[in-house]
Design a protein around this ligand. Structure first.
Ligand SMILES: C[S@@+](CC[C@H](N)C(=O)[O-])C[C@H]1O[C@@H](n2cnc3c(N)ncnc32)[C@H](O)[C@@H]1O
Length: 329
């Protein structure tokens, strides 16, 4: 499946209690830690990150954040985390998630997207966490000055290549839109596992760069563009469809209670439902940017003209509301 995934690190104490429960005859499954031995070797890519970090990209990331909140009914995450003290936002971008998680008052959930089943299963997190110290890490310094919120700080770090050193075991690690990051995403997830306290949670929110359709009409140029850039990235050792593998990877690393939630999000304003149409309106603004950037990066070096002339058609199709375009997230 995909792409919004929450789970926790095994808590040996809690498992012991569950095992005892078992001895008393109750049917309880106990998951066991199973650290991955998967040391896949990949050739190093020539660039750590394929998207820009300029002001238009920063604005795009902030708009995308609003879209994510619309999608999650105003929430910043789905993991059942209660009053965390130590929180890490990996690859934080502009830091907007970390700042809001640490300090912003709750926002009123807009309208009513049907995430009821989801939230029934998972108790809601508090939307602001003044008790938490939130750290955001990123390759680039594009976050506000540390004074913006006393309990939120930012570290410039290559989270894949550099060692993670935090003074406390973490309660909650959040990663969002990391599809174009990391040659070896599993190594980052292993670091996250090591940095969490037993019982701590990780949450990944990501997109699969493979359009879907709720009707028969397809966006051919978009399909071709996505297939071409994903293939080019794969040749550089970077898996742009990796969101579909997170669940398996997390389980292999030893995380338990892995919940994988697929949200199929409208790619433009085609839905009749007000809320979904609003989400689609946001997505059609934020999605072309990274696709064009990936095209600019891979086109000249690896795609020998495959994308030439395709951009106008791709952009037109993405806006065409007669095409019921969706993105799995
Ligand atoms: C698409 S942006 C998402 C930003 C943020 N998570 C959000 O949802 O708004 C991906 C971010 O990952 C960062 N990044 C990419 N590779 C990284 C690495 N190896 N270490 C740390 N940050 C990285 C980029 O600089 C960029 O800010």
């Amino acid at each position: 499946m995909a792409t919004t995934i929450t789970c926790k690190k095994v808590d040996v104490g809690a498992n012991l209690a569950r095992a005892q429960h078992n001895i008393n005859g109750k049917a309880t499954t106990v998951s066991s830690a199973n650290p991955s031995q998967n040391g896949t070797t990949r050739k190093p890519s020539r660039k750590a990150y394929y998207l820009p970090n300029d002001i238009p990209e920063q604005n795009r990331l902030d708009l995308q954040h609003q879209m994510c909140k619309l999608l999650l009914n105003g929430r910043l995450g789905l993991a059942p985390v209660q009053s965390p003290k130590h929180v890490l936002d990996v690859a934080t971008g502009t830091g907007i998630w970390a700042l809001e998680y640490g300090s912003t008052p709750p926002t009123t959930p807009p309208l009513s997207l049907s995430l009821k089943n989801l939230t029934d299963k998972h108790p809601l997190q508090a939307k602001n966490n003044p008790q938490a110290h939130v750290i955001g890490t990123d390759l680039f310094t594009m976050q506000p000055a540390a004074t913006a919120a006393p309990n939120v700080s930012f570290i410039r770090q290559d989270v894949e290549k550099e060692e993670w050193k935090y003074p406390h075991p973490l309660d909650y690690i959040h990663l969002r839109y990391i599809v174009s990051c990391f040659d070896d995403a599993q190594s980052v997830l292993r670091k996250a596992h090591a940095a969490l306290r037993p019982g701590g949670h990780i949450e990944i929110f990501d997109i699969v760069l493979r359009p879907r359709y709720a009707g028969d009409k397809r966006a051919r140029a978009l399909d071709n563009w996505c297939a071409a850039v994903c293939a080019a990235a794969a040749r550089e050792g970077r898996d742009m469809q990796k969101a579909e593998k997170y669940k398996r990877w997390l389980e292999e690393i030893g995380f338990v209670d892995v919940v994988d939630v697929e949200l199929v999000v409208p790619g433009n304003a085609w839905p009749e439902d007000d809320r979904m149409r609003e989400i689609g309106r946001h997505l059609v603004q934020v999605q072309p940017g990274p696709l064009l950037s990936l095209g600019s990066y891979f086109g000249p070096r690896d795609l020998s003209g495959v994308l030439d002339g395709l951009a106008p058609d791709m952009l037109r199709d993405m806006e065409d509301e007669s095409i019921r375009l969706c993105w799995p997230m």
